[in-house]
Design a protein around this ligand. Structure first.
Ligand code: COA
Ligand code: MG
Length: 292
């Protein structure tokens, strides 16, 4: 999945707009974009929206961002939405594997009550929203088969650190957030799950968004979260492998298939070895999955 659009769950209009946005996934938000007084109403709307659309054939993945494990709201969130069969939850303020194991247990109990298969609902963890989480970003491996992705956040982290800003005057992330981004990327890779880049909040700045998407793709992220429907097309465009990238990957796979005993080969004057083959195969499997 390339684009993950946040939609506040207390807005029916935005939920409907989200469906038509072209996003690969909707992140139906019960957390930061919903005021405390509206949480229970938002839960009901999220569940009703899921029930209305979960059986539709051509639809984005429907993912609910619940409140954090320490919020005292997550149990009511899960009680409201699990029976409506979301594809996944986003777990904010996760602190390493222990948080995923904890959320897994909460989901398993409710799946059993709702008659859903164990493990039906996947987990995407936001891995860098607290200072403690940064030190645990490498622990997600084997935490739960539900874990399918890691993403990162700069907003809550900057509040926790007492920072005045998280970006510099040129729109680039400052050091603490560059560290968080890198820990998300490497933590996801170590756990063999998707690395998803954080939101770009300046939602009228298309050029800035595109630049940030390209930098994320360059470094190994394969998708990005959005906060506004206008961001979806740019994210989809940048994270869809280009015809040129697909052709290059196919050439690498074909060359190794022709020389199965070769450790390294040359194509067009460039050396390719086994890690390049693995990367080419990863890219092609992403393309195949999208077409299926
Ligand atoms: N999902 C679905 N629809 C959205 C949307 C979103 N995330 N953001 C905006 N829209 C809709 C608006 O409702 C508006 O609809 P309309 O034309 O029928 O009135 C249209 O898109 C254009 O919106 P625009 O006027 O450009 O922005 P806005 O001022 O209405 O909204 C935000 C700005 C930031 C409040 C809004 O984009 C938003 O709620 N984003 C998500 C916030 C969030 O979930 N944060 C948590 C994660 S960090
Ligand atoms: Mg937050």
């Amino acid at each position: 999945m390339r684009s993950f659009l946040f939609v506040p769950a207390d807005s029916d209009k935005k939920l409907d707009k989200g469906l038509a946005s072209g996003a690969d996934a909707l992140l139906i938000d019960l957390e930061d974009s919903v005021a405390p007084a509206l949480k229970s109403q938002a839960r009901e709307r999220a569940a009703a929206f899921l029930r209305a659309h979960v059986a539709t054939a051509q639809r984005p993945r429907l993912i609910v961002r619940v409140n954090s494990l320490t919020s005292s709201l997550i149990d009511a969130d899960l009680d409201a939405v699990v029976g409506a069969r979301p594809d996944a939850i986003v777990l904010p303020k996760a602190e390493g594997a222990a948080s995923v194991v904890h959320a897994d247990a909460k989901l398993a109990a409710r799946e059993a009550i709702a008659g859903l298969p164990d493990g039906h609902i996947k987990i995407i963890a936001i891995a860098t929203e607290t200072a403690a989480a940064l030190f645990l970003a490498g622990t997600f491996r084997d935490s739960s088969p539900r874990l399918t992705g890691l993403t990162w956040g700069a907003e809550d982290l900057s509040v926790e650190l007492g920072a005045e800003a998280n970006r510099d005057a040129n729109d680039g992330f400052l050091d603490p957030y560059r560290l968080a981004r890198t820990l998300c990327l490497t933590g996801a890779s170590a756990a063999q799950v998707q690395a998803i880049d954080t939101v770009y909040v300046d939602f009228r700045n298309d050029a800035g968004l595109r630049r940030e998407c390209e930098a994320a793709r360059r470094d190994g992220f394969t998708g990005k979260m959005a906060i506004h429907p206008a961001q979806v097309a740019i994210i989809n465009d940048v994270f869809t492998p280009s015809a040129e990238a697909i052709a290059r990957a196919q050439a690498i796979v074909a060359a190794f298939a022709q020389q199965p005993d070769a450790g390294a080969i040359g194509i067009g004057g460039v050396m390719y070895d086994r890690p390049h083959l693995a990367r080419a195969q990863q890219l092609l499997s992403r393309v195949t999955r999208r077409r299926s």
